[in-house]
Design a protein around this ligand. Sequence first.
Ligand SMILES: [Zn+2]
Length: 454
Amino acid sequence: MGVDLAQLLKMVDDARDEMINLTQGLVRLETVNFGTPESGNELIAAEFLRDKLAEDGIDSEIYKSRENRGNVVASLSHGDGPSLLLMSHTDVVPVEDAGQWTHPPFGGDLAEGRIWGRGSSDMKSTVAAHAMALLILKRAGVELNGRLTFASCADEEAGGAYGFGWMAENHPDVLRADYAVNEGGGGPVRTENGIIYPISTGEKGRLEAHFKIVGRGFHASQPWRADNAIYKAEEVVRRIRTYAPEESADSELFKHLDTLAGISHPVTTENLEQTLKEVEAVNPSLSSMLRAASRMTIVASMINAGVKSNSVAENCTIVCDIRSMPWQDKAYVQRQVEGIIEGLDGVTVEVIETAISNNSPYDSPFRGYVEQATKDATGIDDLRFVPGLTVGFTDSRFVRPLGNVTYGFIPSHPNDDPAKSGAHNINESTGVDSLVAATRFTVALAWHILAKKS
Ligand SMILES: [Zn+2]
């Protein structure tokens, strides 16, 4: 007996209640990551998933990066065809004030066609969708030629040192695959040109610059005898604020402005500013996103000076958040910030890299598979796709260096408003239709890449 894709997708639809239960079960596990090594407790989610997969005879391996921090991996594999990695994380951000939530944050309530709770949208519904895809392919006895790997890891919300970062360092072969999908894109945008799905192909880097300004303190009653570090900071702040970054229209995104904003002329560094103005007139948030995709940003986000109100400040520190383009490394950023303080006495700057910029080619066979699987998942043929640059960062940055062509892409249902998800906010929820769409997508993607078609 051989099944076809339509039968597989029907199996997904029929498993709607099972998907809801699985998501609810995950939301009820309090895998809260406070950013400390001992928080997270993702091991309970890893064991929960291992047990769920075991019910259908799928074996998992739990890799513990630390006591109570588990990363669960399961594979379906046969033959030496291509490989696909399904990436997700099981940790969630903390709940600040549970009293503000309409539904209890770890209750997993089902209401208004949505599952409510911390992590429902970011990203336990995807964990459930990926796990269900494995279960359905296994139940249907789909013959694979290649390897489908499910990896649901810890610690994404605090940087991944106990999750994908740790796995990439200690078990890179487990993660290495031709293709990978992860969070970061897939929220549909409705435009007058139809429904557009952004596929995130890259991420900006994230760095911090710590400017240290040293003056000379003195009693505040005779300020002229001091060299006030706060006053010296004025010029540093001015230079940070007016820093003119190198502009670039090389991002793939700029080749798709006709689809996104009805702009058909080619975009170059010369007409970039003008183009951003044109886009702003029709879609201000798109224009802002394009601006972020065309340059490094630097912004002063913290300042600290002085120790006592009656002493003139001897020291001042300004911390800046920096988001670099995929081709700008730490050395490039260092040169930029040193340029900012050029000629200033008593000012030094140190750069700390917290996430490397990274990207995968949009021009890849993977793109065709992703597009077809999204059409299969939604049942809509007239969809458009555009590459996107994620201005934040995800675990994708750990697997792109392994050679995995990695897309941030989990398609929501076109009728589901992404603004309702409340990720990292109160009243987080996920639409059941999107949960089903994501599972249909994952099954279809595996089918197109890996299934032996008779
Ligand atoms: Zn996430």
